[in-house]
Design a protein around this ligand. Structure first.
Ligand SMILES: Cc1cc2nc3c(=O)[nH]c(=O)nc-3n(C[C@H](O)[C@H](O)[C@H](O)COP(=O)(O)OP(=O)(O)OC[C@H]3O[C@@H](n4cnc5c(N)ncnc54)[C@H](O)[C@@H]3O)c2cc1C
Length: 338
């Protein structure tokens, strides 16, 4: 769709969609795919026609992300290390991560719980860089000698996991895909994969079922299990992580403790030690397998527990500042920036 093209409403005959209004012009269609992203106005347009849609299910991600993009200087190569794609980790009260990009660029990200006033200073580049400088894993990539920032610090707040019931209030011919149907905590990076999988499943469902209601049922059957399990997982993970960041005792070392966090923290560590765990975790995180590939495998869960205990008991490289030290970093960097 061209950048200046705006969809402003749906055309309906009873409970059947017959097209959309585009730039004030009515465009007929037998099938309408709502790919308008997470701020889609479809529910509002249906409500205007007296069709009330169930509200999407939704849960708070409990996190604010601060990210900044960098480009590598000529001749500099990002160091490789013991990680999947790039450095990432958790300090117990906040997290950090990297996202490799195209054309010698990458994003560095800091994740903090909402409502911690000092963290708001992270939107200042000087404060963000001061934190990078004291977090050893991140310092390997966010190294001023090797990279230059190409953006300001970008804030993502008010994030929620969201899952829309489908079919849309039983409106024939109307299909949501991508973020308009479901979006989840960006740290899981599921959005593009969801959208691509749904697009293929929708095309196949319509191809195989010319009756649009039957196609909708087939589409739901093909996509709902995948999306539902990831929505539930994101909801549990976000809740457990927020409680840990806020100082509650949360056990991520045991499959019988905070299970979602266990799969990410202990599972992530064990995957770097054991090829079988690596295969399970990589396929699971990358949507090649259902979450059940680990949830149903108690032997691998026990192996993760065992490996994690061994790693945790051994000597570990410094992770980063304590929470008190981090507060001082914020204060000092704010002082210098003023
Ligand atoms: C900062 C950030 C980082 C991310 N990182 C990752 C990642 O690493 N991996 C990953 O998988 N996902 C990531 N995501 C999520 C990913 O971008 C989304 O899941 C994906 O873009 C969803 O695609 P979509 O087509 O459903 O919606 P969108 O990409 O949001 O596209 C919807 C489009 O519809 C347009 N639109 C909306 N309303 C109208 C209207 N009324 N008329 C006309 N056009 C309209 C919008 O302008 C937009 O162009 C990230 C998201 C953000 C914000």
């Amino acid at each position: 769709m061209k950048p200046d093209t705006e969809v402003s409403g749906l055309l309906l005959q009873g409970r059947r969609v017959t097209g959309v209004a585009v730039n004030g012009t009515e465009v007929s269609a037998t099938v309408v795919v709502d790919a308008l992203g997470r701020r889609t106005r479809t529910a509002e347009w249906l409500a205007q026609r007296g069709i009330d849609e169930a509200k999407p299910q939704s849960s708070d991600c409990g996190v604010v992300y601060y990210s900044r993009y960098y480009r590598l200087r000529d001749g500099f190569e990002l160091p490789d290390g013991r990680w999947f794609l790039g450095p990432r980790g958790d300090l117990g009260y906040m997290g950090y991560s990297t996202f490799p990009g195209d054309n010698r660029t990458f994003a560095a990200l800091l994740a903090v719980p909402p409502g911690r006033p000092s963290s708001r200073a992270l939107k200042e580049a000087a404060v963000f860089e001061a934190v990078m400088a004291t977090t050893p894993a991140m310092r390997q990539w966010v190294n001023p000698e090797g990279v230059v920032p190409i953006t300001d610090v970008l804030t993502m707040a008010g994030l929620r996991n969201s899952l829309r019931e489908f079919p849309h209030a039983s409106v024939s011919g109307l299909f949501p895909i991508g973020d308009s149907m479901c979006h989840s905590d960006p740290i899981l990076a599921l959005g593009l994969s969801f959208a691509l999988r749904q697009s293929v499943e929708l095309a196949d469902a319509i191809d195989e079922q010319p009756n649009l209601d039957e196609a909708a049922a087939a589409f739901r059957e093909r996509t709902n299990p995948l999306i539902r399990e990831r929505f539930d997982f994101a909801t549990q993970l976000d809740d457990q992580r927020l409680r840990m960041w806020n100082g509650e005792p949360v056990d991520f070392t045991s499959k019988d403790g905070a299970y979602a966090l266990f799969t990410v923290v202990a599972g992530g560590v064990a995957a770097l030690e054991d090829p079988d765990v690596f295969r399970v975790m990589t396929r699971r995180n990358g949507l090649l397998d259902s979450l059940r590939v680990l949830d149903d495998d108690h032997a691998i869960q026990s192996r993760i527990e065992h490996i994690f205990r061994g790693v945790a008991a051994g000597p570990r490289p410094p992770q980063g500042p304590t929470q008190d030290e981090m507060e001082s970093i914020f204060e000092n960097a704010i002082g210098r920036a003023e």
